[in-house]
Every structure is written in structure tokens, then in C-alpha cells.
Design a protein around this ligand. Structure first.
Ligand code: F6P
Length: 358
């Protein structure tokens, strides 16, 4: 292989630049040129590329986000050509052709479920691809953890620690809304590590009365504040999730939001304690990567490059118990579900008396 392309797509996260750096540096040492595709599948379809060399990746591993840009909507085999009239086209063959014209013989695609599903289609269409999973949600079956998760947990913990000092001063209940879509990993790990008193997850609907009783119990025990870590998609038993918007052309259409606002009003009304919502939002995805994500990103980038340059494609590479693994692109991608009965952080939290709202 003389030339490959690398692309990042889907919601960004910390650690992507470490992947890019390791791919570029390892490729150049093997005499392979690297092209960066800009803004995810937009650049793939519209032919927006940049050449990458050692100078373009100098020191980028410590930066958050992705130097290539990303997009979490466009699907290359159902690409919007005239949105008003609902016209979509399969742009995979023409995009592969355009890459072949500039000498690209293989691709490394870093992304979430939607991105890697399109990566499978590109691989099946004849362009050799290796996929690398990344998401702060940590819910992809190809890797545990996924790139970006550990930094997002650190970001959440840092923010909640700051919140605790103001909650203490004012004797308040704080409801912290955390990202993760329908996966509770980020809320469980971030909530636990920041010392949350109550953790509400999408995997287990909560009982409002239980939550309020716990708030009363904690405040009456002499502790001056309560921290509730609430997943953006958690919901009360018998009620539905709070959806902020629906993006029709997105792989995952729902954007959750509003649970902290709703829950804090209910808690204040029922318990009488002053309660404030706090939405961590995209702060969890931003900022510089922690060391674990720099290491994981670099290891997976290098592994992907070695497979591709060995003419072995059609794999997703990830980590499992710190060992690098490869799995075939699945036809149907199944998310990795957080099993709260079996997960040892959840078990430890329960043993320590942390309330899950049930
Ligand atoms: O999947 C990653 C994620 O950050 C989710 O945790 C969150 O719900 C969603 O993306 C936010 O998407 P957007 O960046 O489109 O608002």
C-alpha cells in the first residue's frame, strides 16, 4: 500500500488526534502516504482532503477534538442532495472512485455506530477499511472502553467537584444531567467517582418518591447537600424520556435533554429543599484527552495501520481488558449494554448505599 486515507466522523471526543498522529507517524515510517478526509462523510462525498505528514501531527495528541473535523449526520449511502424535496443518493461508489484517483488504497475510519456502519458499506463496496470505535457513551461492542470515554468521565468528575462546593455553601440539591444517550456508563462512572449520592440511569427507571425520600434522608442526616447524577435519557417509572430535538437525517435521531430541569423542579416541590439543575452537555466531550485516551488512541491507530498495510481489512479494532482485539464489521451493530446487576462499579455503589432511585 502506497497511500491511505484517515477520517473521523460522528460526535467528536478526546483521543481522536492521538489516533491520527499514530496512523500518520507509523505510515510514514513504512513509506505510506496519508490523506486526511475533512469533516467526516461530508469530506468523503465532496472530495475535501488534506495531505498529512509528520509536521501536521506534531503535538496534536494533547489536543481535544479532531484536527480533521467531524460531522454526525451525513450518511454516504443515503446522502442528502436535495433535502427540501427529500432526495438522497448513494454516494459511496463515486466517493471511492475519487479517492482511488488520488491513489488511496485503503481507509481508516474512526467513529461511532453510524459511522462504522457506513464504514462496513464502504469496505463491502471494495475499498479496504479498518474501523476504530470511539464514543464518550462507551456503548460500542467493538471496544471496552471506547476512545473518549475516560476523558469524558474525568471532565464530568472535575465539573461535579466544583459543583459540590457551591452546593455545600447553599445547602442545595444539585441535579447534574450527563450525556451518554441510552447508555448509563458515563453517568455511572462519572457519578460514582465524583461522590454522587443518587445515580439515575437509563437502564433502570426511577421512582420519584424513592429519590425524594433519599434527598430528605441525606439532608436530615446533617449533610449539607445532595448531588444527583442523572443520565440525559433516564426516566421516571411509567413516564417517557425527555427529548430536546429530533434530527431526521441523523443515524441516532434523538437528542436528549431536559431531565435535570424537570427533576429539580419536582424535587424542590416535593421536598422543599432548594434544588438546581446543571447540564454538563458538550463539556464532557471537549478539552484535552487524559493519558488513557492518548494511549488507547495511539495503540488502536497503529494496530489499524498495521492491519491495513498487511492487506487485512474489514475489521473493527478495539481493546478488551487492555488487550487489543479485532472483530469483523457486523451486519447489524448491537450496542454494548450496561448490565447494572453485573457491573462491579454499580455493585460497589449499591453496597455503599448510593441510591439508584429504586
Ligand atoms: O453519542 C455521543 C453524544 O455526545 C451523546 O452522549 C449525546 O447525547 C449526543 O452525542 C449529542 O449529540 P450532538 O453533538 O449532536 O448534540
Amino acid at each position: 500500500m502506497k497511500k491511505i486515507a484517515i477520517m473521523t466522523a460522528g460526535g467528536d471526543c478526546a483521543g481522536l488526534n492521538s489516533v491520527i498522529k499514530s496512523v500518520v507517524m507509523s505510515a510514514m515510517n513504512k513509506g505510506i502516504k496519508v490523506v486526511g478526509i475533512l469533516d467526516g462523510y461530508i469530506g468523503f462525498v465532496e472530495g475535501k482532503y488534506m495531505n498529512l505528514d509528520k509536521h501536521s501531527v506534531y503535538n496534536i495528541e494533547t489536543e481535544g477534538g479532531t484536527i480533521l473535523g467531524s460531522s454526525n449526520k451525513e450518511c454516504p449511502f443515503h446522502y442528502p442532495v436535495d433535502v427540501k424535496n427529500g432526495k438522497y443518493e448513494d454516494k459511496v461508489p463515486s466517493s471511492i472512485e475519487a479517492l482511488r484517483k488520488i491513489g488511496v488504497e485503503g481507509m481508516i475510519i474512526v467513529g461511532g455506530d453510524g459511522t462504522l456502519d457506513s464504514a462496513r458499506v464502504i469496505n463491502e463496496a471494495g475499498m479496504p477499511v479498518i474501523g476504530i470505535p470511539k464514543t464518550i457513551d462507551n456503548d460500542m461492542s467493538g471496544s471496552n472502553p471506547t476512545i473518549g470515554f475516560e476523558t469524558a468521565v474525568e471532565n464530568a468528575v472535575e465539573a461535579i467537584r466544583k459543583l459540590k462546593t457551591t452546593a455545600f455553601s447553599h445547602r442545595r440539591v444539585m441535579v447534574v444531567e450527563m450525556m451518554g444517550r441510552t447508555s448509563g456508563y458515563l453517568t455511572l462512572y462519572g457519578g460514582f467517582a465524583s461522590g454522587a449520592d443518587i445515580i439515575l440511569l437509563p437502564e433502570q427507571d426511577y421512582n420519584l418518591e424513592v429519590v425524594c425520600n433519599k434527598v430528605n434522608e441525606i439532608m436530615k442526616s446533617g449533610k449539607r447537600y445532595v448531588i444527583i447524577a442523572a443520565s440525559e435519557a433516564c426516566k421516571e417509572q411509567g413516564k417517557s424520556e425527555t427529548v430536546a430535538r429530533v434530527l431526521e437525517d441523523s443515524f441516532e435521531q434523538k437528542r436528549y435533554g431536559g431531565i435535570a430541569e424537570k427533576l429539580s423542579r419536582q424535587i424542590e416541590e416535593i421536598t422543599g429543599y432548594e434544588t438546581r439543575p446543571m447540564v454538563l452537555g458538550h463539556l464532557q466531550r471537549g478539552g484535552e484527552p487524559c493519558v488513557a485516551d492518548i494511549l488507547l488512541g495511539a495503540r488502536l491507530g497503529d494496530y489499524a495501520l498495521n492491519l491495513l498495510s498487511d492487506d487485512r481489512s474489514g475489521y473493527i479494532v478495539g481493546a478488551h481488558e487492555n488487550v487489543l482485539i479485532k472483530t469483523r464489521f457486523p451486519k447489524i451493530r448491537e450496542p454494548r449494554i450496561l448490565d447494572i446487576e453485573d457491573n462491579d462499579i454499580a455493585r460497589t455503589a449499591r453496597d455503599m448505599g448510593i441510591c439508584f432511585g429504586v
